[in-house]
Design a protein around this ligand. Structure first.
Ligand code: SAM
Length: 219
């Protein structure tokens, strides 16, 4: 813990300080407005939030595995896994102190930490699985560069694999949703395949969304 945010926004791997502040404020506003609800996380419906969880878990999470959830929101992934009888050793991290405070209130026993991925100096392969749902849907002003840094770091931290979702630029109607960012699935897949040959792409579970699994090759 404790790598400072770089005011210049380039040497540090994290997002620019201005973007970080905006991210925190938009989630504070949404939480004030909606309270504990998927809409506070900018999800359309609870069903879509859970469909994304189901897709992530499909990579092969088992009882007792450790899991890092990047941009964990309220820790709803943990609650969903528990409801499926999957007891994982869960760590959630989120940039929004307000969202996280609500998450701690709902799940007092969970390991929830505040910040972005680059604020923490976990050793390589510290977690069996590293998941991300919805966290890279905001435009932080760097094209796809920030997402690539996050995915690369997620892969470094996993022992077995990474699962994440992004918005699909092929189908998402971007009109009127200026600060959202969507991606070309096959371009993201090609980047992931530069990290590991064990990648799969899925885009048939809900509209405008795709999921990628990156499995670490076992020695
Ligand atoms: C769309 S919400 C999804 C939350 C959770 N994954 C879920 O599906 O319930 C995205 C979350 O990521 C957090 N977030 C956004 N950018 C982040 C970043 N770079 N690092 C960590 N958290 C981030 C937001 O505060 C928000 O809680």
């Amino acid at each position: 813990m404790g790598i400072p945010v770089n005011e210049e926004g380039d040497a540090h791997q994290g997002m620019h300080a201005t973007q970080r502040q905006q991210m925190i404020e938009r989630h504070q506003d949404s939480l004030d407005y909606f309270g504990y609800a998927p809409q506070a996380l900018y999800w359309g419906t609870h069903e879509e939030q859970l469909a994304r969880f189901s897709m992530l878990a499909g990579i092969g999470v088992r009882n007792g595995d450790s899991l890092l959830d990047v941009g964990c929101g309220f820790g709803d992934l943990y609650r969903w896994l528990s409801s499926r009888d999957l007891a994982v050793d869960y760590t959630g991290l989120d940039i929004s102190p307000e969202i996280l405070a609500k998450g701690r209130e709902l799940n007092p026993a969970l390991g929830l930490v505040q910040g972005e991925l680059f604020d923490f100096d976990w050793a390589p392969q510290s977690f069996d699985w590293v998941f991300l749902s919805g966290t890279l849907n905001w435009d932080v002003g760097e094209g796809s560069a920030y997402a690539r840094r996050v995915i690369r770091r997620m892969f470094t931290l996993c022992r077995f694999g990474v699962a994440f979702n992004l918005l699909d630029i092929r189908t998402l109607d971007m009109a009127g949703i200026g600060e959202i960012v969507a991606y070309q699935p096959h371009k993201v897949l090609a980047f992931c395949e530069s990290l590991s040959p064990g990648c799969s792409l899925y885009s048939d579970y809900i509209e405008d969304d795709f999921t990628i699994y990156i499995r670490r090759e076992q020695p």
